[in-house]
Ligand binder design. Sequence first.
Ligand SMILES: [Zn+2]
Length: 202
Amino acid sequence: MAACHAPPPAPEPMAEFVLNVHDIDEDGKDYSFPLTATWLDVALAGCELRADASAEAGVGKVDVRAQKNGADIVVHGTVHAALIAQCNRCLADAPVSVDAAVVALLTARGPGLRPEADELELTPEDLDREFFTGDRIVLDDLVREQLILEAPMQPLCREDCPGIPVPEHLRPPPELASPSIDPRLAPLLALKQKGVLKSKKE
Ligand SMILES: [Zn+2]
């Protein structure tokens, strides 16, 4: 999960991934939405994540299937996004490819509608339960949450990133960098080399 420092900064709720309830029946309907860099950058602001605008296949997409289940709508599918995170070691750009599952049970809420869903084949624990009113289901928040959840917490620009190079004058002397010396004994070794400590034979 990515570390987010700020709540979603959307001045108005975003509504890019919208399903019309009247289009959805028991047989289900497939939706495929492209993810845009603009949407990603707004949705992920404050999370040290942004769209990878250089991604050849586009920055991503949302593929979901929506099915009617009584008065509820079950949505399941995937979201894929090509993102740029910050390398955990060297702070450079780290491209990350995020694939997340989107699963939600959407319950209609409004006057005249039952407050609780009937018994379901899918247990509610399996699903994120969301609510919708009217005839529109907006998946934007769900997509955002899943992307943040699946984004690596400690992204690396590459597997063997050595981190920020240590400037010459701050590097330990080579003998201390040697793995044969217990680093806890390094201060003693340094004293010995300065002649402060003498071995008993001398
Ligand atoms: Zn790095």
